[in-house]
Design a protein around this ligand. Structure first.
Ligand code: NAD
Length: 264
């Protein structure tokens, strides 16, 4: 796979201070893209990460602290990428949180936060980035959805609703920009061992009344026929492929990377 076309392009990756987003940002920086990092975390740790990524490739790496619950801050993040990094050619909507609870006890503030961060932030980034991509005559949008964009699990009402919504948004926008040399796709990972899942193991153990070992064996890896966690590098490689010339005709799809989970 040649990723030479990525060199000199500008990529915005939401939620890239940790986990999958950081892996994708690292791969794009290595491929020579300018990278705009975003996400929560310790300021000094983020600056260390920014410098490490900046040293990887030919492009510049900046950090923008936009909170994905704040449309005004999201608009400022996209404007910053356009002003300081020359545009937005690649947009990876990755920021996300999880909360596990039975529906009748599901806290309404958690519902609102998950819908805002996991779904509405992608609407705001895409809405602001599409005009820049149309002007440039090229664009790639990769939405990190989930197997839960296709399949439900109990106790995850907000997350499953948001991820199904991300897939609907993906398909809709892909049709609107199909003639513009812009593609919009959703990657649907199974379980990846990141902080998001590590916290979920603890919460799921409480809500189901079982041990953490039982959650990993009987809930998480039971759903995943490969019986293995997905590697962050596998998701980064797929993102690079979607951004390469080889990915030009892949549009409006849900790409499962789930060890066979959605084949059930
Ligand atoms: P993670 O917790 O390691 O990373 C989440 C990122 O989102 C962090 O950088 C965090 O700072 C950022 N974030 C959270 N709230 C934010 C806010 N309000 N504003 C800005 N940034 C915010 O989790 P991860 O597992 O790497 O998850 C990344 C994405 O992948 C999420 O959308 C998640 O739903 C999806 N996903 C994860 C898995 C998995 O098993 N880990 C599986 C399928 C899909």
């Amino acid at each position: 796979m040649s990723t030479s076309n990525i060199e000199g392009k500008t990529a915005v990756i939401t939620g890239s201070t940790s986990g999958i987003g950081l892996g994708i940002a690292t791969a794009l920086a290595e491929a020579g893209a300018n990278v705009l990092l975003n996400g929560l975390g310790d300021v000094d740790a983020i600056e260390t990460t920014r410098k490490e990524l900046d040293a990887l490739g030919a492009g510049d790496v900046l950090y923008h602290p936009a909170d994905m619950t704040r449309p005004d801050e999201i608009a400022d993040m996209i404007a910053c990428a356009n002003r300081d990094l020359g545009g937005v050619d690649i947009l990876v909507n990755n920021a996300g949180i999880q909360f596990v609870s039975a529906i009748e006890e599901f806290p309404t503030d958690k519902w609102d936060a998950i819908i805002a961060i996991n779904l509405s932030s992608s609407f705001h980034t895409i809405r602001a980035a599409i005009p820049l991509m149309k002007t440039a005559g090229w664009g790639r949008i990769v939405n990190i959805a989930s197997a839960h964009a296709l399949i439900a699990s109990p106790f995850k009402a907000a997350y499953v609703a948001a991820k199904h919504g991300v897939l609907g948004l993906t398909r809709t926008v892909s049709l609107e920009v199909a003639e513009e040399n812009i593609t919009v796709n959703a990657i649907c990972p199974g379980y990846v061992k990141t902080p998001l899942v590590e916290n979920q193991i603890t919460d799921t153990a409480k809500v189901r009344g079982i041990s953490e070992e039982e959650v990993v064996r009987d809930v998480i890896l039971a759903a995943q026929p490969s019986k293995k966690f997905i590697e962050i590098s596998e998701l980064a490689d797929l993102t690079l492929f979607l951004c390469s010339d080889g990915g030009a005709s892949i549009n409006g799809t849900a790409l499962s990377v789930d060890g066979g989970w959605s084949a059930h």
